[in-house]
Design a protein around this ligand. Structure first.
Ligand code: SF4
Ligand code: SF4
Length: 319
């Protein structure tokens, strides 16, 4: 088989964006075997967010405090004073900006530091994911753009998708929908599948626990449903937020009304809450205070039957 990686000639347009990670061999977030490109930057602040490193737009410093030898190498090297020493104890000044020089990570003898966040060209990201092209083709998989919020960097997303589509690679975008219509449209216009997160039908509850109103999100979803792209609506099922019977009922009733007669609507996917992201809060010196037990998906399963909505339960959680 001749792989398209051999005939790549570069993108006619160039765009740059911030990413936190490229995860290979994922079996979630779209069909087949996939690579997930995690974009940085998000305006929402969901109380249970599993990807806190995706909230900020640029670099973050993961600090493994338990490994630190307090040698002072990082404090000597850091050009911005983000690392310093106070009476022979290493101190992180989180209000100072990291410029991503990587010096501290490279010279730390204890591997106590990781710089999270890369500013990359679309060409660079494209070439990295295309290393797994053979797996995409053999499994019916492809590439998913996730975050953070992809629509915060719509031009980067658009160019990346254009390049992947030129090589006939399946593309999906995971979005929470909180951006201008122009940005959502620009980011998603060329992709094959949109994974659209909805969290609550109640605006006051949504605002309290995500930091933003759901009005823009619902408006953007309604417009996307007018188009021809396949859409799966994904619900992070969060204990003490949206998993009670009345909340499940309201959200699925809303989805039922929005998707009535829409041929591009592919169904609902539940993403049960988990605690996999909590270690990252510690590395960022952030508090995680949503330890609320496990999510109850049964109320959604029951209501989905009532509203005749196709629904499946996934093993992963969106932010
Ligand atoms: S990457 Fe550079 S700027 Fe950022 S914390 Fe390390 S030494 Fe400082
Ligand atoms: S270089 Fe590493 S071990 Fe030394 S003070 Fe900095 S974080 Fe700690």
């Amino acid at each position: 088989m001749r792989l398209s990686a051999e005939r790549r000639s570069g993108i006619s347009e160039q765009a740059y964006g911030w990413i936190s990670n490229i995860q290979r061999f994922s079996l979630h977030d779209g069909p087949g075997i996939r690579s997930i490109i995690f974009f940085k930057g998000c305006q929402m602040r969901c109380a249970w967010c599993a990807n806190p490193e995706g909230q900020t737009a640029e670099q973050d410093v993961f600090f493994h405090a338990d490994r630190c030898l307090h040698c002072g190498n990082c404090a000597d090297l850091c050009p911005t004073g983000l690392h310093s020493m106070n009476q022979n104890v290493h101190v992180l000044e989180r209000d100072r900006r990291c410029v991503g020089c990587q010096l501290c990570e490279e010279r730390c003898p204890a591997a106590a530091l990781n710089i999270v966040g890369e500013h990359v060209s679309a060409q660079n990201a494209f070439e990295r994911v295309m290393a797994d092209e053979i797996w995409f083709r053999q499994s019916g998989g492809g590439v998913t753009l996730s975050g953070g919020e992809v629509a915060m960097q719509p031009e980067f997303a658009r160019v990346l998708i254009e390049q992947l589509k030129a090589e006939d690679i399946h593309t999906a975008i995971e979005t929470a929908g909180y951006a201008s219509w122009h940005a959502i449209h620009q980011a998603t216009a060329g992709c094959d599948l949109i994974l659209y997160d909805l969290k609550s039908a109640e605006d006051a509850l949504h605002t309290r626990f995500t930091g933003v109103s759901n009005k823009t999100i619902l408006r953007n979803l309604a417009r996307l449903l007018q188009g021809g792209q396949q859409i799966i609506i994904r619900i992070p099922v969060i204990p003490h937020f949206n998993d009670a019977p009345d909340q499940a009922d309201k959200l699925l009733a809303l989805i039922s009304a929005l998707t009535q007669g829409k041929k591009n609507f592919q169904g609902v996917e539940l993403l049960p809450y988990h605690l996999f992201g909590t270690g990252k809060y510690k590395l960022l010196n952030m508090e995680y205070d949503w330890n609320r037990g496990s999510a109850n998906v049964d109320n959604f399963l029951c209501m989905a039957h009532h509203y005749r909505l196709p629904l499946k339960v996934s093993g992963t959680l969106a932010g």
